[in-house]
Write a protein that binds this ligand. Structure first.
Ligand SMILES: Nc1ncnc2c1ncn2[C@@H]1O[C@H](COP(=O)(O)OP(=O)(O)OP(=O)(O)O)[C@@H](O)[C@H]1O
Ligand SMILES: [Mg+2]
Length: 753
């Protein structure tokens, strides 16, 4: 006994001055009352265009958008952005901060500062809910900066949000970014020894934890946008629970504090998880947002989006537009169409400048959305849910919400993942609408019926319940958690999924038969790729084929690198690929990727490169991404030190690599180490039987090995449509399987036909 159960308290801070005013929309002829569930009962709504119909699109898995942690943090050099900030003089910084202070004082959170801060200081954990735009992410950390002894980390699920917030807050604080206020995102660290407040992606904070498990440099961690429930946020929250106990043990005053923050959150759940932590509500938002619904469901979401944009462009004189669409394909289509039609539109309306925003875009391109346009131009940002939280793009007054998002769903029983287009939650819809009211009153056009809105789930399903969790489990092992099944999960991913992950880690050699992390596992946890690929990279170093394998792993990390030819062109393209890739034609897709990548890099003229990509049906943009990812993986391998590799950095010159004949055997053996469970033995009828379960599997028609007879194959992906297909297939020798399989613990391998 001894511990006192604290009372669960809820405190509401309200500032009536900021109550949302009623927006009159009667002149448009529609008037309804908003449902109470979205805490904005004052709004009226109207249909944007009665002739448009909205249809919910389920189970489309063709898109390229993949918002996993890797893409979310898609790293690159952000030097330009950083340099611009550095060039501002001290006196200018001071002046800007004074100007911004006038705005800060009007924010709802600022007005209740003196009531909130003592509450936060009294408790080790606080749950803080405040409307979107009320000043949570920018103000709360600044209030606490002066009070806390050590540093404060504010986590964001997305890289672009962490950078955007650090820029804004350093401006408000009156310093250059990276001084008192900084950020840390993968491969870009804008902090210094006097950084007190750090905006950081949850993935990066977890990485810091792998190195300093007690986060000894911090007095406080603020978990922002907790409602997004990404795997990493969930995992971090679990770790923080343990850390609170450890750091505050035997202390009268807590040495370490946590704030969980969001605009839309199942606050009770978080409060309960943290031993009935108090919940603080800050009421009142900055500006009202009118919401409009469709009368009928839309037939074609792209067409409806374009029509809505043109309608707003013609009807409203000022203010930019932000559209939410599910995936990259849809976004690229809309941006292309808008760019084409913009010059043809009536000259009285502003000129539309369309910009895409999705995770797979290089960061410099993502940052373009913040650029200033010329007078009479109108910014139209077409985005995935990357812009849903935290990012404030100045000038946005209109939001168009398709009501859809893409999610990757992992099925651990089948060992495969699928990309699905699914409806968003009410919480997401609220966040999206909130983007229109950050700087002045705005409008949100929902491309669905109000009755469809009411059917949406309240909150977004935690990512951990639909994802592969090998990486999180490895992180837990790294932090010495023995009982993975009984760990204090915010959301327990389930016995079956956890046991499957432990088995996989054991097979990969990342944990030993006592369940402890091995030396190999320690290295794998540091690499920014899935554990299977991490093990391939580490093995490749031993086999002296690291450069080649880094290239292939980078190719595998880009979605839709190989484009699907139409059925009439398929044979022609396949023949061309077979002719071009002289080794790939016998050894399969991994080797083909390396050959294609080398050809791409050897063509120096960009126009020629583009033409070649078109001819052989590969993505030009995709290969450019491969080059960037390659650099990042290489940097991480170097970071692992001589322990893992002793290759000089200069050895990575492409030309040198290209002149060296490919050591196909060792390249494929490296992959075999990471993907031993994804192997199958050839049968006389050109089908295959998997080594682990003995089920039948066929080579996918998109593979270079389709229709060819091989003794055994290794595949990176398994997809199930009408039957099981292997994708990204390589030919392997039976001896390799016999040689490598017995060395891998826990795998029962039968190589009999
Ligand atoms: N980068 C920026 N540019 C211009 N104004 C900004 C910027 N960031 C914040 N603001 C202003 O500061 C206000 C508070 O922003 P803040 O990000 O702290 O809100 P929040 O409560 O965290 O909202 P959300 O729940 O949407 O994340 C905004 O409403 C906006 O007026
Ligand atoms: Mg915020």
């Amino acid at each position: 006994m001894g511990r006192k159960q604290r009372q669960n308290k809820k405190i509401v801070f309200s500032d009536t001055e900021y109550e949302t005013p009623i927006v009159n929309n009667e002149e448009k002829g529609y008037r309804e009352t908003e449902s109470k569930s979205e805490n904005s009962s004052n709004f009226q709504r109207a249909s944007a265009n009665k002739s448009q119909v909205y249809k919910t699109v389920y189970f489309d898995d063709k898109s390229t958008e993949n918002d996993d942690e890797y893409n979310r943090e898609n790293p690159d050099s952000d030097d330009e952005f950083f340099e611009q900030n550095r060039s501002v003089s001290r006196s200018q910084l001071k002046k800007n901060a004074e100007k911004l202070y006038e705005i800060r004082k009007t924010l709802p959170v600022y007005k209740v500062k003196d009531e909130i801060i003592p509450q936060i200081l009294q408790n080790p954990v606080t749950i803080l809910i405040g409307e979107t735009g009320s000043g949570k992410s920018t103000q709360i950390p600044q209030f606490l900066m002066e009070i806390m002894d050590k540093n404060i980390a504010v986590t964001q699920p997305r890289r672009v949000a962490a950078m955007n917030l650090a820029m804004r807050v350093s401006e408000e604080y009156g310093c250059h970014v990276g001084e008192d206020v900084g950020y840390s995102v993968r491969f870009n660290n804008a902090t210094s020894h006097y950084t007190k407040l750090k905006y950081i992606t949850d993935g990066m904070l977890l990485r810091e934890m792998m190195i300093d498990p007690t986060l000894s440099k911090y007095s406080m961690v603020i978990v922002d946008e907790a409602h997004e429930r990404t795997i990493l946020t969930d995992l971090l929250i679990g770790f923080l629970k343990g850390l609170l106990i450890e750091r505050n043990k035997g202390k009268d005053e807590p040495d370490f504090k946590v704030i969980i923050m969001s605009a839309t959150l199942d606050a009770e759940k978080f409060s309960k998880f943290f031993n009935n932590a108090p919940i603080l509500f800050v009421e009142g938002k900055m500006y009202p947002v009118e919401r409009y619904y469709m009368d009928k469901a839309a037939d074609d979401i792209i067409d409806t989006t374009i029509k809505s944009i043109i309608q707003i462009n013609q009807g409203e004189q000022s203010g930019d537009i932000l559209c939410f669409l599910p995936g990259q394909d849809d976004i690229d289509k809309v941006v292309d169409m808008l760019t084409n039609i913009a010059p043809e539109l009536p000259k009285e309306a502003p000129h539309i400048v369309a910009m895409p925003l999705y995770a797979a875009l290089p960061p410099q391109q993502q940052m373009k959305i913040f650029s200033k346009l010329k007078p009479r131009q109108r910014k139209v940002i077409v985005s995935t849910n990357i812009a849903e939280t935290s990012v404030t793009v100045p000038g946005i007054k209109y939001v168009i919400d398709s009501g859809l998002r893409k999610v990757k769903v992992w099925r651990h029983q089948l060992g495969l993942s699928t990309l699905l287009t699914v409806p968003i939650s009410k919480a997401s819809a609220t966040q999206r609408a909130g983007r229109a009211g950050r700087e002045s009153s705005g409008k949100c056009y929902r491309l669905y019926k109000e009755s469809d809105y009411l059917k949406l789930t309240d909150t977004t399903e935690p990512e951990i319940l639909r994802s592969e969790i090998i990486s999180p489990v490895l992180m837990l092992k790294k932090l010495g958690v023995d009982d993975i099944l009984g760990w204090h999960w915010l959301e327990n991913p389930g016995h079956e999924s956890l046991v499957a992950s432990l088995q996989q880690l054991y097979t990969l050699g990342a944990i030993n038969n006592s369940g402890n992390i091995t030396e190999l596992g320690e290295k794998m946890v540091i690499l920014p790729v899935a554990p299977h690929l991490a093990s391939v990279l580490i093995k490749a170093q031993e086999f002296n084929v690291l450069e080649e394998v880094i290239d292939i792993v980078s190719c595998l990390s880009v979605d839709n690198l190989l484009l699907n030819p139409s059925s009439e062109k398929r044979d022609e393209i396949n023949a061309l690929r077979n002719d071009t890739c002289t080794l790939g034609t016998s050894y399969g897709d991994l080797i083909m990727l390396k050959e294609m990548f080398d050809i791409f890099n050897n063509i120096k003229d960009p126009r020629e490169r583009k033409a070649w990509c078109k001819e052989i049906h590969v993505s030009y943009k995709g290969f450019k991404n491969v080059n960037r990812i390659k650099k990042q993986i290489k940097d991480y391998m170097i970071l692992l030190g001589n322990d893992v590799m002793d290759v000089d950095e200069n050895d990575y010159d492409d030309d040198i690599a290209n002149n060296k004949p490919l050591d196909v055997e060792h390249i494929l053996k490296s992959f075999l180490h990471g993907f031993i469970s994804n192997t199958a033995i050839g049968l006389p009828d050109r089908s295959y039987r998997t080594v682990t379960t003995g089920s039948l599997i066929s080579v996918h028609p998109s593979s270079l090995l389709f229709g060819k007879k091989k003794d055994a194959i290794l595949y990176i992906e398994f997809v199930y449509t009408v039957k099981g297909y292997a994708r990204s297939v390589s030919a392997i020798k039976l001896e390799w399987l016999q040689e490598i399989a017995p060395k891998l613990q826990g795998t029962k391998v039968s190589t009999e036909k």
